[in-house]
Design a protein around this ligand. Structure first.
Ligand code: ATP
Length: 303
């Protein structure tokens, strides 16, 4: 009986991952392409960034189908620190990330950046302060240079190269037939998964935004590319406020704060040491049973 249902479940999962990919792509485009004065409240101000602290206060959200996906979420992501969101599939982690650029607005509660309600500022000033790196490394039709510059169209060639250096992409770019002018995208040359990711990290870095939203990749790369991508991410994360949907155990363990989500609620928060020590805690339990959140989330996405 279970076997008979399997193809249906597989299809349902495929549907979810396609939707997820579409949301990721739309989010990337929306963050990069904000038209000035788009759907802002009358009298909306510019968001003034200082520490780049992000705070959720009792945020409730539904996609409009009656199901409440966030049921009163509160947490503080301190400026310059890394906050990891963990929890089972469907807990609401991606939804939290998509509320920050105001891809959607909550039904109640507030989201504050440096004490300013993000609903009361211009979308452009909000999104100028955000960079987003998704699981999929999207490349657009154009040259490598164009693809990095897409992160900030007014960036100079020197700034594009600096971002590529920080993202450990400069050397492989120079090894391409036309260097930074090599065409990529569907018509262009094929890059490895790790190279594509480093280009998308360079695109985020060229924005030089104080807040980085990161949806960590679940698909494994070979060890060498993995190490290069991790170094690029470490650069992108350094000195920024990072909110990451964490799939790697190392990201979770090294985070300044872990926010454990379950069914639309924050059920625990603290550092790895603090949470792992609680004998009856959700984190400690999941960590012991699953050998880490890596398996927990990857397992759900992979089958
Ligand atoms: P995962 O790790 O699987 O991505 P998650 O913790 O990120 O899970 P969300 O993607 O935020 O969880 O999903 C929370 C709930 O909202 C789920 O029940 C999901 O089905 C639902 N949901 C997500 N996106 C949408 C959407 N665009 N429209 C309707 N429901 C959605």
């Amino acid at each position: 009986l279970l076997l008979a249902y399997d193809p249906v479940r597989r299809l349902a999962r495929l549907q979810v991952s396609l939707e997820r990919a579409a949301v990721n792509a739309r989010m990337l485009y929306e963050i990069l392409d904000t038209v000035p004065h788009q759907r802002d409240l009358p009298g909306a101000r510019q968001l003034a960034f200082s520490e780049a602290t992000v705070e959720f206060r009792d945020v409730r959200f539904s996609y409009g189908n009656g199901e409440e996906v966030l049921k009163g979420v509160s947490f503080l992501a301190e400026g310059g620190k890394t906050t990891a969101l963990v929890g089972p599939s469907g807990a609401g982690k991606s939804t939290i990330i998509s509320l920050i650029p105001r891809f959607y607005d909550p039904q109640s509660g507030v989201i504050l950046i440096d004490g300013q309600d993000i609903a009361a500022v211009t979308k452009q000033s909000l999104r100028n302060g955000l960079a987003y790196v998704s699981q999929q490394a999207y490349l657009f039709e154009g040259s490598i240079r164009d693809n990095i510059r897409y992160g900030r169209p007014e960036a100079t060639d020197a700034e594009v190269e600096e971002a590529a250096r920080l993202a450990y992409a400069h050397d492989f770019i120079l090894a391409q037939p036309q260097g930074y002018d090599t065409p990529v995208g569907e018509q262009g040359m094929t890059l490895s998964g790790g190279q594509r990711q480093r280009l998308s990290i360079a695109r985020a870095l060229v924005r030089n935004a104080p807040i980085l939203l990161l949806d960590e990749a679940t698909s494994a790369l070979d060890t060498e590319s993995e190490a290069a991508v991790q170094k690029a991410l470490d650069q992108a994360m350094s000195g920024r406020t990072v909110i990451v949907i964490a799939h790697r155990l190392s990201t979770v363990v090294n985070a300044d704060k872990i926010v454990v989500m379950n069914e639309g609620l924050v059920v625990e928060e603290g550092t790895h040491e603090e949470l792992a020590r609680r004998p009856d805690g959700v984190y400690a339990r999941l960590h012991n049973i699953q050998g880490g959140f890596l398996e927990l989330t990857v397992g759900a996405a992979a089958t």
